[in-house]
Design a protein. Structure first.
Length: 230
């Protein structure tokens, strides 16, 4: 199972990629958002780690080349948007046939169902933006939006907004942390920091769920009574 933990560890990826770490981040973000089998790749944690290791002091302490922050700020959102757009295209092109495969260690039907429920619950625009901050849903949302016939132009608009906010926010946060934390102690901060970031990213979704529940509770039924949420 060590190989699986390595795949989920952003520091492992950046160390293995070495001098090609900046290009590697772009490729991983594209695959994680555009290819169904890319859902297991690190997304949030990789962006934060990439921002952290754009600091020369931190990178030197880990024995790797510093990542190029300008390239990350320009290239990574483009890759995130292009990957999602590819996912939408594949969903629109192949329909549900894209998901007609048996469950395996890398593919679970429940991931598709979860993305569809997310789409229906929040509506197309908000679902595409909010899904950026939810691992796994982020990958499957794009083809699901295509399967459910969300127009490509409309998808592109919200895909671009969500992609830029997600990528730039996490990169800049990582870069800020990298400039403030002692390079010798960076390891002890990465995983807790990523955990906090994931929790924060879930706040908009929790707010939306509470809002929807209140709306359902206050919506009168045909007999004039209000829905009661148990």
């Amino acid at each position: 199972m060590d190989w699986l933990w390595n795949l989920l560890d952003p520091t492992w990826w950046l160390t293995v990629l070495g001098a090609f770490a900046t290009i590697g981040v772009l490729a991983i973000i594209f695959a994680e958002t555009g290819l169904l089998l890319g859902f297991f790749l690190p997304g949030d944690s990789l962006l934060v780690a990439a921002g952290i290791f754009s600091s020369a002091a931190v990178a030197d302490g880990m024995g790797i080349e510093p990542l190029s922050m300008p390239v990350l700020l320009i290239g990574t959102p483009l890759c995130a948007i292009a990957g999602a757009q590819l996912g939408h295209f594949l969903g629109a092109r192949f329909g549900r046939k894209l998901f007609e495969k048996p469950d395996s260690r890398l593919f679970k039907r429940e991931h598709v169902v979860r993305a569809e429920e997310f789409f229906e619950k929040f509506g197309p625009a908000r679902a595409v933006i909010l899904a950026r901050f939810v691992p796994i849903v982020r990958t499957f949302m794009n083809p699901v939006a295509g399967v459910l016939e969300m127009p490509a132009k409309r998808f592109f608009l919200w895909n671009a907004i969500g992609g830029v906010v997600w990528v730039e926010g996490l990169l800049l946060l990582g870069h800020f942390l990298g400039s403030k934390v002692d390079p010798k102690q960076i390891d002890r901060y990465i995983l807790p920091g990523v955990f906090v970031i994931v929790l924060i990213s879930l706040i908009p979704i929790i707010i939306e769920v509470i809002k929807k529940r209140r709306e359902r509770k206050n919506t009168p039924t045909p007999n004039g009574k209000h829905h009661r949420v148990h």
